[in-house]
Ligand binder design. Sequence first.
Ligand SMILES: C[S@@+](CC[C@H](N)C(=O)[O-])C[C@H]1O[C@@H](n2cnc3c(N)ncnc32)[C@H](O)[C@@H]1O
Length: 355
Amino acid sequence: MAGLLLYCRSGFENDVANEVQDKAAQLDVFGYSKTKANSGYVLFNCYQEEHAELLAKQLKFNKLIFARQQFACKQVLENIDVADRIGPLLAACEGFPLCGELRVEYSDTTDGRELSKLCRKISVPFRQALRKKNKLTVKDNSKKPVLHVFFTKTDKVYIGYSFTHNNSPLALGILRLKFPHDAPSRSTLKLDEAFQTFIPKEEHDVRLQGGLYAVDLGACPGGWTYQLVQRGMFVQAVDNGAMDEALMETGQVTYCPEDGFKFQPKKKNIYWLVCDMIEQPQRVAKLMATWVAEGRCKEAMFNLKLPMKKRYESVQGALAIIDEVMKANQTGKYLIQAKHLYHNREEVTVHLRLP
Ligand SMILES: C[S@@+](CC[C@H](N)C(=O)[O-])C[C@H]1O[C@@H](n2cnc3c(N)ncnc32)[C@H](O)[C@@H]1O
């Protein structure tokens, strides 16, 4: 058995399965997923053993929407002796390349989190054992593969490795953020995570700098506006609802009680358009693409709300609309990223801009 193991938010297993099937087929890799509802992971079994590693290298992680992490899974161990887990784990790594980091992980579910203590406990002795066997570099090395040990029960584990050019650098694939005590809503973390995920850190000074002008469609109570204001931007907050008073007192926010679909900015030099309106994904996609294609903003960050069952298909539909609008406007190449972020629920976040 070999396949690609992918982590996701509990409840999104079918979306991951549909996505990996689709994107693996584009690489001429075929297989099948067996999903367990609310397990927080999916194993895509490859019909050909060597395809697991091919997917881990070539199935572009940053193009996957619903997966938080992926690794080539080489072994599944069941009913392992809980008195000596290290022995069988070590044996399972026999044919592995030299790795530069070990991550002992669990799924982000209530049951999964109960295994966190065990994972922590096992990490130190297993790391030492791997080093003794020359399976792990003496010091962590970010150029070498990451060895993943993923527990789903105290005696069941999936083992394999990922490649640092094509994985999440984060434990469990999760970006943990502290909720700022003065932010008006928890939604604020979604935009913070989106900026940190989609905009390379070394470009924050330019693309997220103070003084830029932004428009926030569906702004109330102001969690997203808060992120823009914190970075020193000036925001036109569009919504008929009530805006957080402390944000208004900063003097950086202009409140516009209007329909986000009809809104025309008062200033022309808008850099960021952000949008968290609860609306059909196709409508939001069309609006966002029109703003970017017509040069009404430089970059757009927006959520596509997905209350429906077939989420992967809905996102694909919305992305196709963006493509149509961009082509109709003859924009040429455009840059787009979409991800189901850790702080998202039934929605994905999309970033769109022209190069
Ligand atoms: C999920 S909330 C936004 C939360 C906000 N991003 C935050 O962090 O506080 C969605 C908002 O979209 C607004 N909205 C929905 N449709 C809209 C429209 N057509 N025009 C303007 N605002 C709209 C709603 O009034 C609501 O306040």
